[in-house]
Ligand binder design. Sequence first.
Ligand SMILES: [Zn+2]
Length: 1010
Amino acid sequence: MKRAVVILFAAGLALPPALSAQKAPAQRQDSAYTAKIHEYLQDPRITTELVDHLPASSTVPTPLKFLGRIVGTPGELTHARDIHRYMEAIAKAAPNRARFWTIGKTEEGRDMVLLAIADEQTIKQLDRYKGMLNALTDPRKTSEADAQRLLHTAKPVYYITSGIHSPEFGGPEMLMELAYRLVVEETPLIQNIRNNVITLITPVVEVDGREKAVDTYYWNKKYRQTVGQLPLMYWGKYVQHDNNRDGMGQYLDLTKNITRVTLDWTPTILHDLHEAVTYLYASTGTGPYNEQIDPITIDEWWMLAKNDVMEMTKRGVPGVWTYGFYDGWVPNYLFFIAHTHNAVGRFYEVQSYGPDNYEVKPPVTTTSREWFRPNPPLPYIKWGARNNTNIQESAILFALNHVAKNKEMYLENYWLKNKRAVAKGATGPIYGWVIPAVQHAKQNAAEAVNDLRRQGLEFDVATSAFTAGKVQIKPGDYIVRGDQPYRTIADMYFALQNFSPANPAPYDDTGWTFPLMRNLTVLEATDKSLLNAPMKKVTADVTAPGGITGSGSVIVVDNTSDNNLVTFRFRLASVKMQAAEDEFEADGHHFSPGAFVIADANRAQVEPVLRQLGLSGYAMASVPSVKTHDLDVPRIGYVHSWTRTQDEGWVRAALDHYGVPYAYFGEPKLKEGNLRAKYDVIIWPHGGTPNGAPNAGGFGGGRGAAADSGKPAPNVPIPYRRTAEFQALGYPDSTDDIRGAVGADGYKALYEFIQQGGTLITEGSTAAILPQMKLTPGVSFEDPATLFARGTILRGVITDRRSPLVYGYDRGEVPVYFNAGPVLNAGAGAPPPVEVAGAPAAPNGGQAARPAARPQGQNTTPMATQLKLSPWDPEHTGEGYGMLPSTDSAAGRGGRGGASGGGGGGFGGNFTAQPVPGLTADPAARTRVVMQFPANPADMLLSGTLEGGQTLVNRAQLVDEAIGQGHVVMFAIRPFWRWQTQGTFAMGFNAILNWNDLDAGRAGKTTSDR
Ligand SMILES: [Zn+2]
């Protein structure tokens, strides 16, 4: 106890009087806890007067009392369930200052929680305060006079989230101590926060992943010496790091739950805690900033970040900085849920918690003194869990205090942003959007409406026909009014992106235009009369009108590329169905190739399913005279890597959502062989292991586990199984041994599977593997160094409209998501000439000299360099979707080196698969290019970015290589990208549905049903 007092005194001495005065001498301190804080801190510079002690409480348990250890104890981690129990205990012990409740379940059935903290009178009237913020959200309901009054009485909600990234351990730990401190401490600073801000805390966003990560840490503590290192195999059920790329798509339960809280509470600030960089980074980003964010928000980012940097710098804490990490462009992060709702989103990246102590020796690019880090990280420091706790707890307290002191400014800004959003409905140029209810894929359109409604975008439905300028509205069409506060969602998602390559390398995707990625017709209304159209609010999920018209024993379901068609097939798996191989007319209807034909149909069985799925069937007396093949329901095997489970989850999500059953197994199982006896289709998504690749990588285990003895790993199986001690492990797949990948025998078995009549479906990196191994004679792999195409939307040109892979696609072109590679050459001709310095600029063609795109001298205006987007106008109306007049004036120029950039989401195909000795290509293989890049680079870029488009000329986007009796379907695009590319899901589903008839419609070939 004595020791602690001495240290506290010393710490106080080092501070300017104004800072040390913030400590209230009256409150009793918890000396045991405080002593531990000092014992565990690895460097005396990483502290402030806010966190170098813990006040005592006779009622509220400290983490030490509750868990038996303080926050920041080296070598220990806390499960989410215990963090949740602790948060609940705080609320029970201090009901006047804290409230606790659950906010939804995860995929694996665990709770997500929320703790609210404020002063007594606020907690007593929590709903009243919530109502005030709700009122400031909606200028349609709140008068200016009322709002002006509310600005003085309302309190900002500062919503802190953490633990979305499972190996980033510190945030959830620190938040326990922060919650305790906010409830218990009586310093003026904490009182100011409690009295003026409502703090909401969700300590663990990825609850399933946290439990696995903590179990993995302790498993390794116990077994790594004798068994070996177990990486963190899975986080949540579907994805790992990409759980923070779900802000737009919103497939994951964690995203939906946080969105629900956002819509309910309308938080003023949403602050997400991460661990990726040196000491502490407070987000602003390098730019370019998302162009649909209200400019006020950008200033708020900077005020908040600079406040953190300044307050920490004042106290001599090194290494707190902003700007030089991440960009601010793509709205797919969790914290962007704040921006789509006109609030402020921000995040920290903190030096890793550990939890084992370690040393940090950053490179000079991290320690140099720059304008954005006036007090940079040190060349060397000892780090540990308590350093991590101190630095982020201090910074977030300064942030809370800043918002408490400036609450009226933040509330006024919030009100102003909502007003400005609504006012766009009066000033245009876009007064709203219309999604025609009757369009080619009408159920896909209905699903898009439901997905956006869930995010808070309000929809109306037209009640009678109306014309608004050029937009013809029919009854039943979905209308997004442009005079609603959350029109920001539509502005942000529906707009085209033009990411100048002159910017710093993008951190993630550059293009995301929702109508393009979903291949939907969305009309922008530039005539104000739209708002006068007769309409009524959509108040529940919508379904496209479905069912059966006509009569007769034959039912034909048109192929519209609606994703529910695959659901229909699998739900009625025992019903015999055929696919038409050509278009045809029957009973006055025109049907596309791929239409489902059900002879001798049981209408009572089929009709309810069609109605429920929003699909239309036509009953007729006789089977139409068109060539058909059976839609045989396949047995599907689904292969995942044990070294990188990050990416395949999005494909699995699409199969699960649309009811496609499959057997899920790891790559090593392939070598058991005899695959054709077990499966008809094998799906092997992006992230699969190329032959010869080192069996490592991915987003793996904790730091503590990595700091090992240096001894070689014992050569024994490493299991991934649920046990009584480690209950979170072994899901969604389990194995007795995670080691190994496909291996030579696995590749031989896979090739044999194809030759024997199986269909292998690959996408992204796995689409490159067989070409790299020279097993697909018609398809070769290219790796053009001059291509720059980071997460962008390009034009797909359908070259073989009779291929079953594009059944249901009624146009010759489709917008596709492409991310850097792979580039597959299936007969496009010789590789393009290499870049020549000084060659004339070609729009997006990559033939120009690199410096041409870069202004001389300081380039502080990279966005002044615009690329020329190619218009998306599949109906040939003469007007490209979303084209703004200014984008036509400038031409893109210049070349750029290989794709690179910040966090997650690259092509991931860096390793070139090696041939397997004795495994050679089937000489009779036949190549069928179904979709490819345009012949002219200027026609490629629809939204996002592109340089070096010349290297993509006529390269294949979707190839069907027939090998022996079977097929390899190679998607160089990413048909199932992050629950955003619903417009290309159907191509993947087509491959599944027509797995043994992929030769249908092939030139010079009659099909035979296998
Ligand atoms: Zn993170």
